[in-house]
Ligand binder design. Structure first.
Ligand code: G3I
Length: 386
């Protein structure tokens, strides 16, 4: 194998093996699965939607490959309590049952976000912010009911999602919750979640916070939460990244900066966009019109290799930071199930994940397995000092 690797390079070799390997119930060219390769060093997860579990082939792959799950949409406030007081838990419960049956940890995403949150929570009929007390009561009622419903099933919650502003010079995003309650709405959300379940882990989750601008604001937020006596276990760096940006060094700097504040770091929504787009990050409102869709018929081998190389470098980094990076979750399972087929432009053919649309493993899968299996990576269980 070593000689073949030297002759062809490991990514190319992986591709050759990939094509030569029929679907064998192992989802990849080697017997190793992601959850086997990660062992107990970190959780490795995927975001799914409950209806995907009706596809037996996909459900089998999910159970074999991952040791943790996140609901892509079905744990969000709008899914769970679209109408005040009318909870709809069926879809989320289906994911929770599947996780339990397959020995997987479950992450709750999310308790509060400015998207997919029902208007009644924070605005009145005229779209004006509710009085603070009323908005706080609504937030508490939602968090209390949801966290208690999933007690013992969800190990940790993204308590607040994407609260930090993308704009230079603006700290927090002016969201309906922020406008009705004030800047301490984040502290309140964490306090309500902790009161509902003192044992459940609590996370702050956001995109592009590895970059210097949002990184500093995130550091400020973590410090403010800690100064207010709030329990926060981890920061979730979403990880909606591009083939060449951000540089792994930038990501590493952010991991170390957050760890220095005494929180764990989780990569919570990992995917690598291979299509051209105008903005980095994952602001769902930042859509674009004039776009190209160059890989409709499949990803050319050189891009396939580039993607594999990118994933290898990312997982080499996460492995080096094991103990600090305690979970990596992919935002989807196979390319056909990625939100990136519809954002920033609708109906494109993206290839951001480890399995293709036929559920065949891509070279990127092999690269991740190899990076995770490399036990020579120095462990850094203590937060690396800067
Ligand atoms: O449920 C309706 C369905 O009834 C309708 O027929 C269909 C028609 O378009 O829409 C369905 O809703 C869609 C929903 O996903 C469920 O599939 C929405 O249109 C669509 O906008 C929504 O997109 C989700 C997006 O969050 C919403 O803002 C994506 O699937 C989901 O991947 C994405 O996830 C977010 C994270 O929560 C936070 N970080 C960024 C990440 C990517 O945007």
């Amino acid at each position: 194998m070593q000689i073949l690797k030297l002759l062809f390079g490991s990514a190319l070799l992986a591709m050759m093996m990939n094509h030569a390997t029929p679907a064998n119930g192992q989802d990849g060219p080697s017997a190793a699965t992601l959850r086997q390769a990660a062992g107990d060093r970190m959780l490795i997860g995927a975001a799914i939607m409950s209806r995907q579990l009706d596809n037996a082939e996909l459900a089998g792959l999910i159970a074999r490959q991952f040791n943790s799950l996140t609901g892509e949409n079905e744990f969000k406030p709008d899914s769970l309590q679209h109408e005040r007081g009318k909870f709809t838990f069926a879809a989320a419960d289906k994911i929770a049952d599947f996780a339990q049956k397959n020995g997987m940890k479950l992450i709750g995403h999310n308790l509060l976000w400015h998207q997919q949150t029902p208007p009644w929570m924070f605005v009145d009929d005229k779209k004006k912010p509710l009085p603070r007390d009323q908005a706080l009561a609504n937030l508490k009622q939602h968090i209390d009911a949801v966290v208690k419903h999933f007690h013992g099933k969800v190990i940790g919650w993204d308590v607040v999602n994407e609260a930090i502003s993308d704009k230079e010079g603006e700290y927090l995003r002016p969201t309906p919750a922020q406008k009705a309650i004030g800047d301490d709405y984040i502290i309140k959300a964490f306090e309500f979640a902790h009161a509902a379940d003192p044992d459940v882990q609590l996370y702050y989750n956001d995109y592009s916070i590895e970059g210097p601008g949002k990184r500093e604001k995130t550091i400020r937020l973590i410090k403010e939460l800690k100064a207010a006596g709030v329990k926060i276990d981890a920061v979730g760096i979403q990880g909606h990244w591009l083939l060449e940006q951000p540089a792994t060094q930038v990501i590493d700097d952010a991991i170390r900066a957050f760890a220095d504040l005494g929180v764990k770091v989780m990569i919570t929504e990992l995917d690598v966009d291979v299509l051209p787009r105008q903005h980095a990050g994952a602001d769902v409102s930042a859509t674009q019109r004039s776009v190209t869709d160059p890989y409709k018929r499949g990803l050319p081998p050189q891009i396939q290799e580039k993607l594999a190389r990118r994933y290898r470098e990312l997982f080499e980094l996460f492995s080096r930071r094991q103990g600090t990076v305690t979970r990596v979750t992919f935002w989807g399972t196979h390319d056909g199930a990625s939100w990136l087929n519809n954002w920033p432009a609708r109906s494109r053919t993206n290839h951001p994940l480890l399995w293709d649309r036929q559920l065949q493993p891509k070279p990127a899968f092999t690269a991740v397995i190899e990076a995770l299996s490399d036990r020579s990576a120095p462990a850094s269980s203590a937060p690396a000092s800067r």
